[in-house]
Design a protein around this ligand. Structure first.
Ligand code: FAD
Length: 671
């Protein structure tokens, strides 16, 4: 029964109902699909769906819903759907195909993902994700996505962190680009058929609620500056993550959380905001004029080995530039991940690898002039397989590294005692992905009926830490295979509603409120640029709500965030006018929402008196420095409810987790 309440639902606090179907975990999704309500073909023609976002989640959902017969209005802030941030994804996408015959299965992918998320994800969602993973690969191959193939023509795989099998499908270091081109081709077909109407360079500023349901959006035409109204029977947001709240991150500069935060202000709860991912292999920060960080894909850890010197004096010399990596022989290198985690070695999950890098650097073993870097070295693989093999696997990543640092990883360094050493990459952890996001139930519906959230902007499947190559899997699972079913369960009785006019008072009020807010921002007329305040926000977030968090640090961070909001409200300067294109105004709107998002991250991190996955509270660690969970008190999804004003602290509501088959235990990547 779809709507019946499980035992955990009954204990749930107000407004939260995860709507997990009953039955054994492996049958839930099949049963759901067999019993959900459907919309008949004629009614589909009467129903409009707004999809905000054209990344992998949004484009796949828009194309699928249109193909099914719904009328779709698809929005993005870029000039083309193909410029969505998903295009940047490098390393690959997971699926449980077991092509390598190395023991993979749906269950193992499910298990690895729940364990990788430090037992803080919803079991039923993750099982469904693993189940549909194989369909994604078939879908994308059918679209012509050029996944890497082996000599015999079969699809190739490589390994990603947190797994002992090779289940990652990839297209060189450009997997996101190829997948997005596939989704875009499906989308374009529907645009051509007239089933999708594309609105590029439009930004959703608000969701319009009528009688408690999402019935439309207010969007700003980013070229003319005009506000426009759009109505629909359901609204889907697929607007990506909030990593840029930290200013420096691997995300594209345009990534923002405005749509998600505006939905939060209107009643959609925000879940687990403190679960942010800090990726271990990024090019280190090199100065305070920098506006962005660059990822070096986790896939490099298949062939690259992470190390720092064993001797502190070698580290000091490296920091002063007196010696180079290739001056240090094998016996003086500390491959600390292989040493600490023999079973998974360099392929431990990201949170574990990031913390281990920080620990070494904190102890003084960092290898660049700031002391905040470790080596990622391909010497062993080059000696074994040759440089050409490395170039075939990671050519564009090596080139990208060279363009940024002027060093080609793989150039010959020195031979010591008959062993050839090549130039390594230098890497350091950086903000990369956000596991938290808009709370959704099993149907991907938020706490506002008719409002759905998919892809990175929801909180759904990764728990406290996302395993590599799982974001693309989740975004495409949501867009191609989950939402197209679940949204019908909502839309089934919506065809009786006439298409709502955008002249209704609710649209009027929403547009006026957005216009007034834009006027307010333009009229602050202070002295500070958006970027200078954003940079300060980033410093607060990294220092107080970053890799290692403490009660005192978080309290101080919250105070600083409140002060920063005051500074924003009184001293912001936006040049130009609100008419026409004004990029500074658009950035100011994003920054206003990053500050609120930053506070949510801090509130959540402060209340969660445990360490799990990407959320590391220094007070809660094992003797070996590993994350120490408190399952007795924190085995739940933390959902935050807006209290009517940005100034007020949000209210915490808990969705208890309910594991039926996985035994919750301490994560172990050592043996
Ligand atoms: C450098 C990098 C490499 C990565 N590599 C991998 C990888 O190898 N494997 C993996 O699984 N994951 C990877 N990830 C993560 C993955 O790329 C993202 O999580 C995923 O692509 C997000 O997809 P999405 O569709 O949810 O959002 P996005 O791709 O971010 O798309 C968001 C869309 O929303 C639109 N939008 C945003 N706000 C608004 C608004 N207010 N109004 C209108 N439109 C709006 C944007 O225009 C865009 O179209 C990587 C991430 C980075 C940063």
């Amino acid at each position: 029964m779809l709507n019946s309440k499980t035992k955990s639902d009954i204990t749930m606090a107000k407004k939260i109902d995860s709507r997990i179907p009953e039955g054994p975990i492996a049958e839930k999704w099949t049963n759901y699909k067999a019993h959900q309500r459907l919309v008949n073909p004629k009614n589909k023609l009467k129903l409009d769906v707004i999809v905000v976002g054209t990344g992998l989640a949004g484009a796949s959902a828009a194309a699928s819903l249109a193909e099914m017969g719904f009328n779709v209005y698809n929005f993005c802030i870029q000039d083309s759907p193909r410029r969505a941030h998903s295009i940047a994804a490098q390393g690959g996408i997971n699926a449980a195909k077991n092509y390598q015959n190395d023991g993979d299965s749906v269950y193992r992918l499910f298990y690895d993902t729940v364990k990788g998320g430090d037992y803080r994800a919803r079991e039923a969602n993750v099982y469904r994700l693993a189940e549909v993973s194989n369909d994604i690969i078939d879908q994308c191959v059918a679209q012509g996505v050029p996944f890497a193939r082996e000599y015999g023509g079969m699809l190739d795989n490589r390994s990603f962190g947190g797994a002992q099998v090779s289940r990652t499908f990839y297209a060189k270091g450009q997997t996101g680009q190829q997948l997005l081109l596939g989704a875009y081709s499906s989308l374009s077909k529907e645009v051509q058929k007239g089933k999708v109407k594309l609105y590029t360079r439009y930004e959703m500023e608000d969701v319009v609620i009528i009688d408690g349901r999402a019935r439309g959006i207010i969007a700003k035409n980013l070229v003319t500056g005009k506000l426009e109204r759009f109505s629909a029977n359901a609204v889907v947001i697929a607007t990506g993550g909030y990593g840029n709240a930290y200013f420096l991150s691997t995300n594209a500069m345009g990534c923002n959380c405005t749509a998600a935060i505006q939905c939060y202000r209107k009643g959609a709860m925000m879940a687990n905001p403190s679960y942010v991912q800090i990726h271990p292999t990024c090019i280190p920060v090199h100065g305070d004029k920098q506006s962005k960080l660059t990822l070096m894909s986790e896939s490099l850890r298949n062939d690259g080995r992470i190390w720092v010197p064993k001797k502190l004096e070698d580290a000091k010399k490296l920091q002063k530039g007196e010696i180079q990596a290739w001056d240090i022989p094998e016996e003086d290198r500390d491959y600390y991940l292989e040493r600490r985690y023999p079973a998974f070695g360099n392929l431990v999950p990201r949170d574990v690898a990031s913390r281990a890098a920080k620990e070494r650097c904190d102890k003084g073993f960092g290898v660049n002039n700031t002391g905040l870097a470790v080596f990622l070295d391909f010497s062993e693989s080059i000696n074994r397989l040759g440089l050409d093999a490395m170039k075939q696997r990671y050519g564009n990543l090596f080139d990208m590294y060279e363009e940024i640092t002027d060093i080609y990883p793989g150039d010959f360094g020195k031979e010591i005692n008959g062993v050839k050493y090549y130039k390594p990459m230098m890497i350091f952890p950086a903000i990369h992905y956000t596991m938290g996001g808009v709370w959704v139930d099993y149907e991907l519906q938020t706490t506002i009926p008719g409002l759905f959230a998919i892809g990175e902007c929801n909180f759904s499947d990764h728990g406290a830490n996302r395993l590599g190559a799982s974001a693309l899997m989740q975004g495409l699972a949501d867009g191609y295979f989950v939402l197209p079913y679940t949204i019908q369960n909502y839309l089934a009785d919506q065809a009786i509603w006439p298409r709502l006019s955008t002249d209704m008072p609710e649209f009027d009020a929403a547009e006026k409120a957005v216009a007034a807010e834009i006027d307010r921002l333009m009229n602050i007329k202070g002295k500070r640029s958006v970027d200078s305040i954003h940079k300060e926000l980033g410093h607060i977030m990294w220092e107080h709500v970053g890799m290692g968090r403490t009660k005192e640090g978080l309290e101080e961070g919250l105070k600083l965030l409140k002060d920063l909001r005051k500074e924003f409200d009184s001293n912001l300067f936006i040049p130009g006018s609100k008419e026409g294109m004004n990029v500074e105004l658009d950035k100011a709107i994003h920054l206003r929402d990053f500050i609120l998002m930053g506070e949510l991250v801090a509130y959540d991190a402060l209340h969660r008196e445990e360490s799990c996955g990407g959320h590391f509270r220094e007070e809660h660690q094992t003797e070996e420095g590993e994350a120490k969970r408190d399952d007795e008190n924190f085995f739940y999804v933390g959902c935050w409810d807006y209290q009517g004003s940005d100034e007020k602290a949000p209210e915490l509501i808990k969705e208890p987790l309910n594991y039926e088959i996985i035994k919750v235990q301490q994560r172990n990547y050592k043996n």
